[in-house]
Design a protein around this ligand. Sequence first.
Ligand code: HEC
Ligand code: HEC
Ligand code: HEC
Ligand code: HEC
Ligand code: HEC
Ligand code: HEC
Ligand code: HEC
Length: 339
Amino acid sequence: MKYAFLLALLLGGISASAATTAACATCHAAQARTHGATGMANALEDVRTCDILKSHPKLVFQEGSYHYEITRDGNASQYQVSDGKQTLRVPIGWAFGLGSAGQTYVFQINGRYFESRVSYYKALNGLDLTVGAQSTVPSNLEEAAGHALDKEAARACFNCHATHASVDRKLDLSAMVPGVQCERCHGSAQAHLAGFRNGQPHVGAMRQLSKMSTDETSEFCGQCHRTWSQVATNGPHGINNIRFQPYRLTNSKCYDVDDARIRCTACHDPHREVVAEPASYDAKCQACHAAVKAGAKKCPVSASNCAGCHMPRLELLGSHNLFTDHQIRIVKKNEPYPN
Ligand code: HEC
Ligand code: HEC
Ligand code: HEC
Ligand code: HEC
Ligand code: HEC
Ligand code: HEC
Ligand code: HEC
């Protein structure tokens, strides 16, 4: 560890902008090795290296009289919409979402940021309307291209999908690194290293995320996955909140603010890809449900694949994807979506 520290200093690889995965990787190889493949690390992609855009040199979509095309030219991608008379053509700035569900594009027109009206969906291997766009009717070509983002919406968009995108609560992309990288969650590498004494960091130099309580973890992950109070106050209600896990989980009977066995990080390692096999979560459930003396009940139906029945995967309209309901419960046939 000490040698790695000296090496990192010698290489001078700890400047603020470069201090992302590479700076941490020198000393924390285990996390750095697996984190790069996660959806979070790739939540925003540079258009030049975006695999979906590279492997789909031409994507087309028709909505009423509007015709959409996304075309590839070298390392750049163009987004184009035409109404038969006029055509609006802009270079795509950024690709949002690794695409496990879909990918939405952000571009600028006269300095304003826009979210594309059409998105790529993995299940379709093609384009369709962006989630939320179904309820709007464009009245001109610019609206057909996309949804104009005000300054705060644009900042929030990058701040949840990238690292170092927000300075003094303002959007500033000069030092932005795409994706949710180490420093976005852990804070500054410089402060961490400045706090070193004899090759060891002293307490307080970096927030100890593993010491967070269950509620603190929900709030922490909720800064991007939305917190319970945000959804309780502002909605959305109904199936549209299925993606907001902190809200859904908090509303389930299993949730206990003081019990670490129901923290987000009890089931998910933020440095690894999400485990896509429901049965592999059994031990997480059994940590409470196998021990009857802990107060939790046993299942009369099955001793395995708990999440498969009690965390149903439901379709969010227009997303062409199933999301996992974190409101753990006994699912009744034809029940309305519980809120
Ligand atoms: C020069 C080596 C070095 C670099 C570079 C480095 N760390 Fe560390 N880090 C350490 C050492 C040494 C410790 C203390 C021993 C341990 O827990 O492994 C530590 C501890 C930590 C801890 C545990 C803190 C706690 O007490 O819970 C975290 C989290 C962490 N580092 C994250 C990072 C991140 C993120 C980066 C990049 C932004 C980074 N480190 C860069 C050496 C380094
Ligand atoms: C800075 C914002 C941010 C924070 C903080 C954050 N997430 Fe995420 N997370 C995202 C985004 C954005 C995505 C969507 C990535 C994609 O697929 O493009 C995501 C996706 C995920 C996924 C699905 C990954 C996949 O491979 O499909 C899991 C699981 C997850 N987050 C868990 C967590 C947990 C647990 C925490 C708290 C320890 C957390 N996240 C904190 C932004 C964040
Ligand atoms: C408050 C934080 C936040 C904001 C603001 C935000 N996102 Fe996200 N976004 C997330 C999280 C978290 C996920 C992962 C949701 C999940 O899988 O449960 C996500 C998922 C996505 C996905 C789907 C990725 C996949 O898994 O296929 C796309 C596309 C996306 N966001 C685009 C955008 C765009 C474009 C904006 C701005 C107009 C935006 N987001 C604003 C947090 C945010
Ligand atoms: C989405 C947020 C997020 C990102 C991105 C992230 N971490 Fe972490 N990290 C956490 C959380 C939360 C914990 C505490 C985990 C726990 O309690 O099990 C943690 C724990 C750690 C620890 C301490 C391990 C321990 O058991 O004490 C190290 C070291 C670490 N992370 C390094 C990194 C490095 C290096 C990167 C980039 C490659 C990174 N992290 C990216 C959220 C994140
Ligand atoms: C008791 C275990 C458990 C806990 C606690 C838990 N999850 Fe999950 N989570 C799962 C399971 C199971 C899946 C589905 C995995 C699969 O089959 O793809 C999942 C999937 C996800 C996904 C991928 C998108 C989706 O809808 O499938 C995200 C994002 C996520 N969880 C975030 C969180 C966050 C944030 C927290 C804390 C508020 C959390 N999870 C707490 C079990 C858990
Ligand atoms: C932190 C401990 C804990 C964990 C982890 C946990 N549960 Fe629970 N669960 C509870 C408690 C406590 C109750 C409430 C028991 C009661 O109603 O008497 C509960 C209730 C339930 C119920 C009944 C809910 C209802 O609608 O009546 C189901 C079903 C359930 N849990 C399934 C699961 C599954 C599946 C998992 C893993 C994905 C899980 N639990 C993880 C503690 C836990
Ligand atoms: C095939 C679907 C299925 C699977 C798999 C399954 N359950 Fe259940 N579970 C049910 C149903 C249905 C009920 C309601 C039974 C009733 O009320 O008669 C239930 C009830 C429960 C209850 C409430 C018991 C009570 O006395 O109130 C708990 C807790 C529970 N399950 C936990 C689990 C755990 C933990 C696992 C994994 C070890 C699991 N379940 C696997 C379908 C399933």
